[in-house]
Design a protein around this ligand. Structure first.
Ligand code: 3PG
Length: 396
């Protein structure tokens, strides 16, 4: 993989600047999902257990270079302490005298969280002076934030050139899983791409058709592909201006020898709300007044019928309007089939991006896939085949 890991790195008695992604989801002032905090704990425990002084930095939300009390990391630091089961100190700034005083109080094995890096414009601008300020707090830099490594910011990229820089354990695990999925995968490789918009996934589809043997397209974005082939999708969400682009993807897939699957049936309704009257129809028979809101049972069977020949599966995006019952049924059924194939040992399954982890959570399949990335944009950029600046800075 060519990434510098923590293996063999001497950290005892040294100050380690640990870039985590503490950008946790909040609802009504409470953290609604601890996954990202739990994800970084193995690295914190390892560093602290070896007697390093662990100085955690992160962004939180998008305060655009200004101090915003609602985006303070103070409550997140407290939650991190609860997850770790030990006290965690907090510094009210990530640079300048406040941060230095806080770092001076940290003892070997202690954990300190610094205030939101994005309270300073230098973070997103990747300003060398801001990166030097961050670097001045520590002897070593560790990046455990794959999910923000698509950003060339001071705390993800700039500082990595100023200190000896290594990947944390979460970053390492994420990169190993991604490499197993698309870098050096066992074949045949399948990709399932769902979600709403073709427009946001054209690059991703373009990259996948060159790398995978089978590409299944579902979710509202499949409507654009169906309509582009002259199939009436009624009042379904679709992007009429992208019909030519969709046809181009299909033609390029064919030329590359990548088989493409589109829905063959659908669950439709006249309106998107919980539990409305629905109809299950063949894809050629979508009623003019209705919307396609989920894949139907024939499509679920079709997708599942391909699983036995796949050794690797990459999945991004829900297959229907999964937040509104019963239109989660297709996603849930397929997630369970993928989980079963993974548990049986016949499939390496890697999922991530956007709503994918929420959909897998709903299907209770989150823990049964080989790896589910907590990254949104970073996972998508990686699927697009792009170099992520925060990862590139850790290369040997
Ligand atoms: C995320 O939540 O995807 C990461 O924390 C990155 O956040 P950003 O899109 O605000 O850079």
């Amino acid at each position: 993989m060519g990434i510098r890991t923590l293996d063999g790195v001497e950290v005892t008695g040294r100050a380690v600047l640990l870039r985590a992604d503490l950008n946790v989801p909040m609802h009504d002032g409470r953290i609604s999902d601890l996954t990202r905090l739990e994800g970084v704990t193995p690295t914190i425990r390892e560093l602290s257990g070896k007697g390093a002084r662990v100085i955690v930095c992160s962004h939180f939300g998008r305060p655009e270079g200004k101090r915003a009390p609602s985006l303070s990391l103070a409550p997140v630091a407290r939650a991190l302490g609860e997850v770790l089961g030990r006290p965690v100190r907090f510094a009210e700034d990530c640079i300048g005298p406040v941060s230095h005083q806080a770092v001076d109080l940290v003892k070997d094995g202690d954990v300190l969280v610094l205030e939101n890096t994005r309270f300073h414009p230098g973070e997103e601008a990747n300003d060398p002076a801001f990166a030097r300020e961050l670097a001045s707090l520590a002897d070593i830099y560790v990046n455990d934030a794959f999910s923000v490594s698509h950003r060339a910011h001071a705390s993800t990229e700039g500082v990595a050139h100023l200190l000896p820089a290594y990947a944390g354990r979460l970053m390492q695990r994420e990169l190993e899983a991604l490499d197993a999925a698309l870098g050096h995968p066992a074949r045949a490789v399948g990709a399932v791409v769902g979600g709403a918009k073709v427009s946001t996934k054209l690059e991703l589809l373009g990259n996948l058709i060159r790398r995978v043997d089978l590409l299944a397209i579902a979710g509202a974005m499949a409507n654009t592909f169906l309509a582009a082939q002259g199939i009436s999708v009624g009042r379904s969400v679709q992007e009429a201006d992208l019909h030519a682009a969709a046809r181009d993807v299909l033609a390029r897939a064919k030329a590359a020898g990548c088989e493409v699957l589109l829905p063959v049936d659908a669950v439709t309704a006249v309106e998107l709300r919980p539990n409305p009257p629905t109809q299950t129809v063949l894809i050629q028979n979508v009623p003019e007044d209705s919307m396609i809101l989920d894949i139907g049972p024939l499509t679920i069977d079709l997708l599942e019928s391909h699983l036995p020949r796949l050794r690797t599966l990459v999945w991004n995006g829900p297959l229907g309007a999964f937040e509104t019952p019963p239109f989660d049924a297709g996603t849930v059924a397929f997630a369970r089939a993928v989980a079963a194939a993974t548990s049986a040992g016949s499939l390496v399954s890697v999922a991530g991006g956007g709503d994918t982890d929420a959909a897998l959570h709903r299907a209770r399949a989150l823990d049964r896939l080989s790896f589910v990335s907590t990254a949104g944009g970073a996972f998508l950029e990686w699927l697009e085949g792009k170099t992520l600046p925060g990862v590139a800075a850790l290369e040997r």
